[in-house]
Design a protein around this ligand. Structure first.
Ligand code: HEC
Ligand code: HEC
Length: 288
């Protein structure tokens, strides 16, 4: 009995009690707690049916009755909901007619209809999913989120510095991976074979992330192994900051940086020197 007296309890009994109590609570919780709905709220079967009906009237003529593909369009089995969201959200689909590069245009279907068709195609096979907003957006610190006064000012400035540091990394990633085709300012550019990389100005963040994961037409696929979601969010925020920038007038010169200015310095500076040289030799000849 002495062994169990409150002062001389075996050190293991405490741990044993704790483990027992915890497992008891676990059992209690499991029986009492309502069965939680699965966190990833999947599409409902009615939405999929609705999508299938819309698909059959608007898309099947080119992509086949069961998305198996025809001579007019590729199979959509395995492309995923994200691919449908991208193609329809940017207005590329439904295509009006065969074309070497089907152009983006204002979207034809409503957001609900696009979601339904995306759910239907996504239900056929996995593929690229529609990303969540957290995957492609970064929150810009606002002064109101911090307490008033000096400490709040300092905290706000620090958060803002950090935000712009990440945005700058996004800019670097954009210039390394995308500017070859989309230009330094994301305003687009020509590609061989009469094709083009479109301007990214005003393109919604989720379509930018989807395009990276899909790699439409000549665009390479940038998988999450190459550019993580966080890096993609930094790039997208960089583009938003860049395109939201106030234009203070003057010629943009394609945002090429000092290259554009250098060209003009060359033309005017060197041109002026040549004119001067010609003028001076003429004078020299006359003086003889
Ligand atoms: C006039 C024919 C035509 C119609 C109608 C059409 N498509 Fe397409 N679709 C195409 C062609 C051609 C391509 C290949 C485009 C390319 O190479 O970029 C394509 C590509 C796609 C892709 C990308 C496939 C991939 O492999 O990445 C998706 C997704 C898609 N279509 C969805 C749809 C949906 C949804 C509809 C109906 C709302 C639709 N399309 C209507 C012809 C069509
Ligand atoms: C080799 C050239 C090339 C590179 C590199 C490239 N893209 Fe593209 N991108 C294209 C082409 C071509 C298209 C048009 C595809 C189409 O018409 O279906 C495109 C389309 C897009 C679109 C769709 C725009 C719209 O109008 O709907 C986005 C967004 C995009 N690219 C983002 C990026 C990002 C971000 C990167 C860098 C990570 C990148 N691209 C790198 C060639 C490229």
């Amino acid at each position: 009995m002495r062994l169990l007296s409150s002062r001389r309890r075996h050190p293991a009994t405490r741990a044993l009690f704790l483990a027992l109590a915890l497992s008891l609570m676990g059992v209690l919780y499991a029986t009492v707690a309502p069965t939680a709905p699965s966190s990833a709220e999947g599409p409902s079967s009615t939405q999929i049916e609705e999508g299938q009906a819309l698909y059959r009237t608007g898309c099947a003529s080119c992509h086949g009755l069961n998305a198996e593909g025809t001579s007019q369009g590729p199979t959509l089995i395995g492309v995923g909901a994200g691919s449908v969201d991208f193609q329809m959200g940017t207005g590329r689909m439904p295509a009006a007619a065969p074309h070497a590069q089907i152009p983006a245009k204002p979207k034809v279907y409503s957001d609900d209809e696009i979601a339904a068709i995306a759910a239907y195609i996504g239900s056929l096979d996995l593929g690229i999913a529609i990303p969540d907003i957290g995957q492609y957006s970064m929150e810009k610190p606002a002064r109101g989120q911090f307490p008033a006064g000096h400490d709040g000012d300092v905290a706000y400035e620090t958060a803002l510095d950090e935000y712009y540091r990440v945005v700058a990394i996004g800019g670097e990633l954009f210039r390394t991976n995308c500017s070859a085709c989309h230009n330094y300012q994301g305003t687009g550019g020509a590609l061989p074979g009469g094709k083009h990389a479109p301007s990214l100005e005003g393109v919604e963040g989720r379509y930018i992330l989807e395009a990276m994961r899909i790699g439409p037409q000549q665009m390479p696929v940038f998988s999450a192994d190459v550019i993580s979601d966080e890096e993609a969010a930094a790039m997208i925020t960089y583009l938003e900051e860049l395109h939201g920038q106030r234009n203070n007038g003057g010629l943009g010169l394609g945002g090429f940086g000092p290259v554009g200015e250098g060209l003009w310095a060359w033309l005017i500076g060197i041109g002026g020197l040549i004119c001067f040289a010609i003028w001076i030799t003429r004078k020299g000849v006359r003086a003889k």
